[in-house]
Design a protein around this ligand. Structure first.
Ligand code: S3P
Length: 174
């Protein structure tokens, strides 16, 4: 196998609506690398939507599934793969330890206003169901901003940039 990433993985973290899924698809296309989207992998394994998992089993059960998935990435010595994380995965300390061992972490940093604009009308994110979604986004980002920054090897600001620009910036930096 040709080593594009130096035998590691590139992992995209960031808040909901930061563009992780779109950008990781672009990176995987451009560099011809495998792609795993943790939300999609969990939905496939469970045969249920994330909103259903939250409703039926609760958030902690979903976080356990995320931990299990990252443990699998490490135990299978997965490499040369682009991994797009669910926005809350790095919040658990255990998951952050696993991330460190799993590859190079890129944080897609995005302002609450941009997140709000990108996700208006989206009803697939149980954590953003609120009378005032913008305030909810700000509150969650306040809790998570430092966590994302500390877990990151590379930080890319995405406000005002197209997914293509963000993908190119990451490719130049890894
Ligand atoms: C979550 C983000 C979602 C999904 C779940 C919880 C979070 O993924 O994993 O709804 O806690 O931020 P995206 O970041 O891909 O929307």
């Amino acid at each position: 196998m040709m080593e594009v990433l130096g035998a590691t993985n590139v992992i995209l973290e960031g808040f909901m609506g930061s563009g992780k899924s779109t950008v990781s698809e672009l990176i995987s296309d451009k560099l011809e690398l495998e792609l795993i989207d943790t939300d999609e992998a969990i939905e496939e394994a469970e045969g249920r939507k994330i909103s259903e998992i939250f409703e039926q089993d609760g958030e902690e059960a979903f976080r356990d599934m995320e931990t299990g998935l990252m443990e699998m990435v490490i135990s299978e010595h997965m490499r040369e793969t682009v991994i797009s994380l669910g926005g809350g995965l790095p919040v658990r300390e255990k998951n952050r330890e696993l991330l460190k061992r799993a590859g190079k972490v890129v944080y897609l940093r995005t302002s609450p206003e941009t997140v709000y604009d990108r996700l208006k009308g989206d009803d697939t994110r149980p954590l953003l169901k609120s009378e005032n979604p913008l305030a909810r986004i700000k509150e969650l980002q306040d809790e998570r901003g430092k966590i994302y920054e500390e877990a990151a090897d590379i930080i890319v600001d995405t406000d005002g940039k197209s997914p293509e620009e963000v993908a190119n910036e990451i490719i130049a930096a890894i």
